[in-house]
Design a protein around this ligand. Structure first.
Ligand code: NAG
Ligand code: NAG
Ligand code: NAG
Ligand code: NAG
Ligand code: NAG
Ligand code: NAG
Ligand code: NAG
Ligand code: NAG
Ligand code: NAG
Ligand code: NAG
Ligand code: NAG
Length: 446
């Protein structure tokens, strides 16, 4: 018993769901009557009518004027049952305007709306005698200089009407005259901001549309590229955007970091010349740059972002953990790569030292240790420090970790003396006072 009730409920649910999915058109609803063309005069009453026919519950009929729903209108919908068995219905809606005003002119339609679509009637035009109505008129907009543009002026009416274009108040031969349902007019570009309007002429007289101002703004700058650069700045160059008859005098420049995207620079600059140096940047870093320009009439679009990078700089870090160890007759100097930003690509290390020849420098390549053979009598070695170098130059010199005299070095010396007593004699010293001189040497090395 309970199972049967459950089955029945499920069947009803499925049927309902199926019924709900049917569209109005599938249920056979269609317009049988559409609003007609009406020519009236100011203050007169007007009645517009449309009708639908179909099956099931009659939907609500909505009125629209020039495509916009009429919310507050005086409408009346009547519904008539046509056949008992088929559930067939007829529904008629009337729109009542008791006293026609200018604002009532336009194209009227009836609409049935449902989820995912609508059914529309034909369009009927309500006109006032002697007063052509523009359903589409020139509007204000901006256009890039010398670029093609569309203008549209449309006079929808029951009778064709001649429409002519006015540019800055005068008839223009650049835009041909057209017949009422002529829509958009295309011209081959504009160099000077202008006002456009149109006039519709019929037997009863002339009607003028509203005036739209077309503002000519400059084209965006072209060919933005890197002109020159240093480790702290980028100089960009570009070609000016065409501004029509209006000179382009000011450019806006924006710079952001490529990674992270933080805006770090936003400046207005005067031009010509069309070049600009962006200062205060970080060495060996990628940036994005873009430009827009400005005339008396307005601002152009931004160019696309251009990516460019600063040159390598002198390393801001020095090798770490510099130490000297002894292995038999060898003194081995070791260090570690600095952790962090180097301002460039690591090209290798330089070790400054003094031994038999004072003030020597070795480029160790990528090796992080260097051995000195101190087996000969009288050999000596003074380690001055190690630096790292990039394409931008050599960085600061880093001394063996502990300041002299370090216990490590002293222990090393005594170990070496123990091993090599009498036959060989050498010392390892750390020369703090040579530091300044050696730093200079490290930096000027090839
Ligand atoms: C203006 O447009 C015409 C036609 O498209 C073209 O030949 C000309 O090079 C353009 N002039 C400028 C300055 O952009
Ligand atoms: C002008 O209108 C035509 C047709 O509607 C369209 O194809 C074209 O893209 C429009 N041009 C501009 C610049 O808006
Ligand atoms: C109303 O006028 C329009 C435009 O002239 C025309 O296309 C349409 O057929 C007319 N409608 C009727 C019912 O006469
Ligand atoms: C606008 O100016 C450009 C460059 O002077 C020219 O090539 C183009 O023909 C002009 N366009 C119009 C519509 O005057
Ligand atoms: C950048 O380069 C200049 C000269 O080319 C140099 O003097 C300066 O030290 C460098 N700065 C950095 C941070 O590398
Ligand atoms: C130096 O080396 C020691 C051990 O090898 C390590 O614990 C220490 O972190 C290093 N110091 C630096 C500054 O790299
Ligand atoms: C000392 O040098 C020898 C030969 O070069 C090597 O085999 C050994 O590993 C080194 N010992 C140390 C502690 O560096
Ligand atoms: C290192 O050796 C050289 C040559 O043998 C010698 O002239 C110099 O005085 C020595 N330096 C030290 C600090 O012993
Ligand atoms: C050091 O290593 C880098 C990359 O690991 C390489 O580009 C460079 O050529 C090396 N330098 C030398 C002197 O071997
Ligand atoms: C150090 O130099 C001496 C003499 O030139 C040589 O006999 C010895 O093998 C060298 N030691 C090393 C580890 O190269
Ligand atoms: C090494 O020689 C020095 C003097 O030349 C001496 O004082 C020291 O005791 C000797 N060390 C050993 C381990 O023989």
């Amino acid at each position: 018993m309970g199972r049967n009730v459950g089955c029945l409920a499920l069947a009803v649910l499925l049927t309902c769901a199926f019924a709900l999915r049917k569209t109005l058109a599938q249920k056979g609803w269609q317009f049988e009557e559409s609003p007609g063309n009406v020519t009236s005069s100011l203050g007169k009453p007007v009645r517009l009518r449309c009708g639908i026919r179909g099956f099931g519950e009659p939907p609500e009929i909505i009125w629209t004027r020039d495509g916009e729903p009429l919310e507050m209108s005086d409408t009346n919908q009547l519904t008539l049952h046509l056949g008992e068995e088929e559930e067939k219905w007829l529904s008629v809606s009337e729109l009542w305007i008791s006293s026609v005003q200018l604002s009532d002119m336009g194209g009227y339609r009836c609409a049935l709306t449902e989820e995912g679509g609508e059914l529309l009637s034909e369009e009927g035009y309500l006109e006032l005698e002697g007063l052509p109505h523009f359903s589409e008129e020139p509007r204000d907009f901006a256009v890039v200089a010398n670029r093609t543009l569309n203008l549209s002026c449309q006079r929808l009416a029951s009778e064709p009407v001649r429409v002519i274009w006015l540019q800055d108040g005068g008839v223009t031969n650049l835009l041909p005259a057209c017949l009422s349902v002529c829509l958009s007019v295309w011209t081959a570009g504009l160099n000077r901001s202008s006002s456009f309007s149109c006039e519709a002429h019929n037997k009863k007289g002339v009607a003028t549309s509203t005036t739209g101002k077309v503002t000519v703004i400059p084209d965006k700058p072209q060919k933005l590229k890197l002109y020159s650069r240093t480790n702290r700045s980028l100089e960009v160059s570009w070609e000016p955007g065409f501004g029509g008859v209006y000179p382009v005098t000011v450019y806006s420049i924006q710079v952001s970091e490529l990674t992270g995207g933080h805006m770090i620079y936003n400046q207005n600059v005067k031009a010509p010349p069309p070049r600009h140096v962006i200062p205060g940047l970080v060495p060996f870093t990628e940036y994005r740059v873009r430009l827009s320009c400005r005339s008396s009439e307005g601002v152009s679009d931004w160019t696309d972002w251009a990516t460019m990078a600063t040159l390598e700089g002198v390393p801001s870090l020095a090798p770490t953990n510099v130490s000297v160890e002894f292995n038999g007759s060898l003194a081995v100097v070791k260090w570690e790569e600095p952790a962090g930003r180097l301002n460039g690509v690591l090209r290798g290390y330089r070790l400054a030292y003094q031994s038999q020849e004072p003030g020597e420098l070795i480029d160790t390549g990528n090796a992080t240790e260097m051995a000195f053979n101190l087996s000969l009598p009288g050999s000596n070695l003074s380690v001055l420090g190690v630096c790292v170098h990039t394409g931008g130059g050599a960085g600061a010199l880093s001394l063996p970790s502990a300041s002299p005299p370090s216990s490590q070095v002293r222990r090393a010396i005594s170990q070496a003396e123990t091993k090599l007593n009498k036959t060989r004699c050498f010392t390892v010293t750390l020369l703090q006072e040579s530091y300044t001189k050696s730093t200079a040497k490290c930096n000027t090395a090839q």
